[in-house]
Design a protein around this ligand. Structure first.
Ligand code: GDP
Ligand code: MG
Length: 176
């Protein structure tokens, strides 16, 4: 979209989950259609934007990425403030990153808008041979907790667009 065009809505969406699950690469894929295999740990709280059209309205997604603050309780409340959506990311090849999801969820629900739209994201679906978390386990958890769920590959650009599209359209339904 050309700069100077009007934006009807700005929606803040946060990325959370353990270090190295692929949050920054998911964002790079969505915001710039880029991917890097040797991505450096993110420094400083940052967000990137991408403007898309939903129901003939221009919606600017402001996507926040953690600053390598992925240790428990290190993400500040400012990070969550005003967030209307969240991608809760684990790595399908790292069981521990999935086991930590309940506490990320608890932290998110403790800080964010009560109507926040949450998508559970199992990233690195291209590494099927190294899979340590079954799709069924994740799906069951997501249903129990009322979360949307998708498996993505930032590397292969699988489902990254859908994950954001789903979250942003749901936010749009609630807030427009
Ligand atoms: P973050 O700490 O959660 O932001 O994780 P990064 O985005 O920095 O990614 C950590 C590592 O995983 C990097 O080496 C990435 O290149 C790699 N990575 C991220 N997404 C994928 C993916 O979908 N597939 C594969 N195979 N590697 C990925
Ligand atoms: Mg990162």
């Amino acid at each position: 979209m050309a700069s100077g065009e009007k934006v009807d809505y700005v929606f803040k969406v946060v990325l959370i989950g353990d270090s190295a699950v692929g949050k920054s690469q998911i964002l790079a894929r969505f915001a710039r259609n880029e991917f890097s295999l040797d991505s450096k740990a993110t420094i400083g709280v940052e967000f990137q934007t991408r403007t898309l059209v939903i129901d003939h309205k221009s919606v600017k997604a402001q996507i926040w990425d953690t600053a390598g603050q992925e240790r428990y309780r290190a993400v500040t409340s400012a990070y969550y403030r005003g967030a209307l959506g969240a991608l809760l990311v684990y790595d399908i090849t790292k069981r521990q990153s999935f086991d930590h999801i309940p506490r990320w969820l608890e932290e998110l629900r403790g800080h964010a808008d009560k109507n926040i739209v949450i998508m559970l994201v199992g990233n690195k679906s291209d590494l099927e041979d190294e899979r340590a978390v079954s799709t069924e386990d994740a799906k069951e958890f997501a249903e129990k907790e009322n979360l949307f769920f998708l498996e993505t590959s930032a590397l292969q650009a699988t489902n990254v667009e859908s994950a954001f599209q789903t979250v942003l359209s749901e936010i749009f339904k609630i807030h427009s």
